[in-house]
Design a protein around this ligand. Structure first.
Ligand code: KG4
Ligand code: ZN
Length: 345
């Protein structure tokens, strides 16, 4: 991106992310990630088969200070070196968000530095910049995580337009739910990817919803039902690696189809892939190949910046801070929120 347009906060920014089940603290200086510590609660929630909000909040309280200490130590900095704070305040689990937000306010007060509360999805949308400062705008982004599956057009920083989204389950949810049907652990996407290695993705044909319809929307609830039927009908003879490969193939096909259609319709020549599901190797390779065939750029950050992390949150706040945006003590956590707009003064 044009360096003029990418004006970032001058000095170390502490990023804080606690919107779901990852406690993450990062230190970002310009576009350099000095530290990005992620403490996952996936194992904790596995016993309940889903995220329990109250348990998530408590686990964030326990994990926050150790994560911050580790981030400071890895970056070779002291708290007094931090010049600004960026924290996720929306969307997410309100109790979980509140842990990070309250910590951010306390730190900003004590250190006498500014803080800004940012939208979690802006972190994901901008995450490709962490690996590619030359990222071009406008471009189309496929944002695929456990809670969201959205196709967004990015005109520039703070200029985002939602083009389409899932009508039911998110892509990550589809991985997680079908993984559970196969008896695999959490997070489901990574477990399916691992089991699918070397297996046959054509063995069990699974549907791609809305494939022939004139829409950019996605839908994954039918896939979950189809896998349930497959598991029931095959019983003990089900080949699990082939089933995992077939599920991965079906989800990737749906996302590649929509990614190509959206980029084409928007008349742009660059597609990005972000969010936890972007860590999927099969999906990354397919999108890279299809974009290359069309002469388009394809950008996706390294896996560490795809799943929830505070480095991307520090980045989303850094340009807003540099442009003068500040949050006040009245900032609150919000469970839902539309995509953010330009800098608020
Ligand atoms: O972005 P993220 O960490 O959290 C949310 O904001 O939701 O995404 C988590 C999702 C989970 O559904 C998980 O199964 C999926 O990302 N995921 C993957 C992979 N690694 C994580 N899905 C497919 N392949 C992977 N390698
Ligand atoms: Zn996320």
């Amino acid at each position: 991106m044009n360096p003029e347009a990418l004006r970032l906060w001058d000095g170390p920014v502490l990023g804080i992310e606690t919107s779901c089940d990852e406690t993450s603290v990062a230190v970002l200086e310009g576009l350099s990630v000095r530290a990005n510590v992620v403490s996952s609660q996936a194992k904790l929630h596995e016993q309940w088969g889903g995220i329990v909000p109250e348990a998530a909040s408590r686990a964030h309280v326990e994990a926050f200070l150790p994560a911050m200490e580790q981030a400071l130590s890895e970056s070779g900095m002291n708290l007094s070196d931090i010049t600004a704070i960026s924290v996720t305040n929306r969307p997410g689990l309100v109790g979980a968000l509140n842990v990070g937000l309250t910590a951010a306010k306390g730190l900003a007060y004590a250190l006498e530095v500014p803080f800004v509360a940012v939208h979690h999805l802006e972190g994901h949308l901008l995450s490709p910049l962490l690996d590619d400062p030359d990222l071009r705008f406008p471009h189309v982004c496929l944002l695929v995580s456990g809670g969201h599956t959205e196709i967004v057009r990015l005109e520039g920083l703070g200029a985002y337009r939602l083009l389409a989204q899932t009508r039911d389950d998110a892509a990550g949810e589809a991985f997680d739910k079908t993984a559970r049907l196969l008896g695999l652990g959490n997070p489901g996407g990574a477990a399916i990817q691992e089991l699918a290695q070397g297996a046959n993705p054509e063995r069990y044909p699974l549907p791609v919803a809305l494939e022939k319809e004139e829409t950019l929307d996605l839908s994954f609830s039918g896939l979950k039902t189809a896998v349930l039927r497959l598991v029931e009908s095959e019983g003990a003879s089900l080949d699990k690696p082939d089933a995992a490969a077939s599920i991965q193939h079906a989800i990737a096909r749906a996302l590649v189809l929509r990614g190509m259609q959206a980029t084409e319709r928007e008349g742009v020549d660059c597609l990005t892939l972000v969010g936890g599901v972007a860590a999927n190797e099969r999906l990354r390779q397919s999108l890279a190949k299809e974009c290359e065939r069309r002469g388009w750029r394809f950008r996706t950050p390294r896996a560490e910046y795809c799943t929830d992390n505070a480095a991307m949150i520090a980045l989303a706040g850094s340009w807003r801070l540099a442009a003068g945006q500040r949050s006040g003590w009245e900032a609150e956590p919000e469970s839902t929120a539309p995509l953010p707009g330009p800098v608020e003064s």
